[in-house]
Design a protein around this ligand. Structure first.
Ligand SMILES: [Zn+2]
Length: 99
């Protein structure tokens, strides 16, 4: 019998392994579009980043989302993802709402 292990995922910003539920998931959908997945349950290739703008920006700067999701993410997409990410941080109770 194995003990229950936390679902660890690696943050693309800082590279730390963190419990999945504490991370923000980005997903690449069927059409190749990339978006923030608030539920963490959308199907598609996923990438994770801490609920921290610094980690998001590091991942952007090092082009890690494109790499992890095996797609090209343009400037416009980055802008949109940044807004979605910030919205999620501001509204999701998991990450401490009301900022
Ligand atoms: Zn991080």
């Amino acid at each position: 019998m194995k003990p229950t292990k936390p679902h660890l995922r690696t943050c693309l910003g800082c590279g730390r392994e963190t419990e999945k539920r504490d991370l923000v998931r980005l997903v690449r959908g069927q059409e190749g579009e990339v978006f923030v997945d608030p539920t963490g349950k959308r199907s598609g290739r996923g990438a994770y980043v801490c609920a921290d703008e610094a980690c998001f920006e590091t991942a952007v700067r090092k082009n890690r989302f494109s790499h992890a999701l095996k797609t090209t993410i343009g400037e416009d997409d980055i802008e949109r993802l940044r807004r979605e990410f910030e919205d999620l941080l501001a509204t999701d109770a998991r990450f401490g709402s009301g900022r």
